[in-house]
Design a protein around this ligand. Structure first.
Ligand SMILES: [Zn+2]
Length: 99
């Protein structure tokens, strides 16, 4: 019997992450914990609008909540472009934008 390995890796740090059929190689929490930033270097956080879901972004220094999906993280001096979105079962998932 052949065992099928369903393995996913964080596209940034290559750490093994829980396999997600829906999202594939999403960016792991450790990388996201480094901080997510807008293109002009302001801190941006993403969250659900309510417990039932939704997507919103909160940019440092702004009072209005937005709908900004793109953000950046910097790891080992490399800037990565990420796309944040509402996860199927709540929370936020971050995907690396293919260049
Ligand atoms: Zn990672």
């Amino acid at each position: 019997m052949k065992k099928t390995t369903m393995e996913a890796k964080c596209p940034i740090c290559k750490k093994v992450i829980e396999f997600s059929a829906r999202y594939g190689n999403y960016v792991c929490n450790e990388c996201i914990d480094l901080g997510t930033f807008t293109e002009d270097g302001r801190r941006v956080r993403h969250g659900n609008i309510s417990y039932s879901g939704g997507f919103e972004s909160i940019i440092e220094g702004e009072t209005e909540k937005g709908n900004e999906h793109y953000c950046y993280i910097i790891k080992n001096g490399i800037k990565y472009n990420l796309y944040a979105d509402e996860a199927r079962f709540g929370g936020i998932v971050y995907l690396l934008v293919n260049k």
